[in-house]
Design a binder for this molecule. Structure first.
Ligand SMILES: Nc1ncnc2c1ncn2[C@@H]1O[C@H](COP(=O)(O)OP(=O)(O)OP(=O)(O)O)[C@@H](O)[C@H]1O
Ligand SMILES: [Mg+2]
Length: 253
């Protein structure tokens, strides 16, 4: 049985006067990878940021509609955004480790959230997150070295380890491999396929091969609207909407 983990209902977002999301209603399945696709400026990143209230940090935005995670509206007045961001982690296009040691990159948030105390328990948590992110073997002897000295692909896996260290339920990834070489990209794609057993993953990608390789469902956006959401094979082989077909065959975008 497929369970809907994240749901938006008629979600609208304005930057000042500009309407960037125009009534997006979408249900995202638990333990699946959902790809958000569509031309530049169609609202993919904006949509993603609504799901962990990252847009709250931007001046002059207005949001209408609902974002429901685990059956609760994350914009309800009693919900605090720090708890939302703990539950819904994010990985960005440019790997952005803190200018701290590899160990501290992973340990920082769990310590801040009082999930562990410094010492053995924290060491174990760091080891587990780095193992889950497929980075442990490469860094286990250099945990005190700076995270910013790793290769781009390693930095991105460090950022994934950092995201999963707080045991989120949902991971948002905004073009996580677009700054990486093909080998690192493949490592991260394989990693995502493993991670979906534990997490619900939503990825924005401009790479159609990537979307078709790794996602279970794909959602096509255009000018702030959700045009079509379907099983990935369906989107790529027999889309229902003309516009989806035009986009995936490269007629615009
Ligand atoms: N902070 C902001 N202030 C004002 N307008 C913004 C802001 N961020 C995004 N926009 C506008 O909102 C629309 C959607 O932008 P968004 O970044 O979500 O698109 P996107 O689909 O992620 O594009 P890309 O594929 O290029 O990353 C665009 O027209 C963009 O110019
Ligand atoms: Mg974007």
């Amino acid at each position: 049985m497929l369970n809907i983990k994240v749901k938006t209902e008629n979600l609208k977002l304005w930057y000042g006067k500009k309407l960037a999301l125009d009534g997006v209603s979408l249900g995202i399945y638990e333990n699946k990878i959902t790809a958000l696709i569509g031309p530049s400026g169609c609202g993919k990143s904006t949509y993603l940021r609504c799901l962990n209230r990252m847009n709250d940090l931007i001046d002059g935005i207005r949001i209408e509609g609902k974002v429901i995670i685990n059956g609760r509206d994350i914009y309800a007045p009693e919900v605090d955004e720090v708890s939302v961001r703990k539950k819904v982690g994010m990985v960005f296009q440019q790997p952005n480790p803190f200018p701290k040691s590899i160990y501290d990159n992973v340990a920082y948030a769990p310590l801040m959230h009082d999930m562990v105390k410094k010492g053995k328990a924290c060491d174990l948590l760091v080891e587990k997150a780095l193992k889950d992110a497929g980075l442990w073997d490469e860094v286990k002897d250099i945990l005190n070295k700076s995270g910013t000295n790793l290769s781009g692909g390693q930095q991105q896996r460090l950022c994934i380890a950092r995201a999963i260290a707080v045991e989120p339920e949902v991971i948002l990834m905004d073009e996580p491999t677009s700054a990486l070489d093909p080998i690192s990209t493949q490592v991260i794609e394989n990693l995502m396929t493993r991670l979906k057993e534990k997490y619900t993953i939503i990825i924005v990608t401009h790479n159609m091969q990537q979307a078709s390789r790794i996602s279970d469902t794909a959602a096509f956006f255009h000018l702030g609207k959700l045009i079509e959401h379907n099983k990935t094979e369906k989107i790529f082989l027999e889309p229902e909407e003309e516009m989806t077909e035009q986009y995936i065959t490269g007629k615009f975008g």
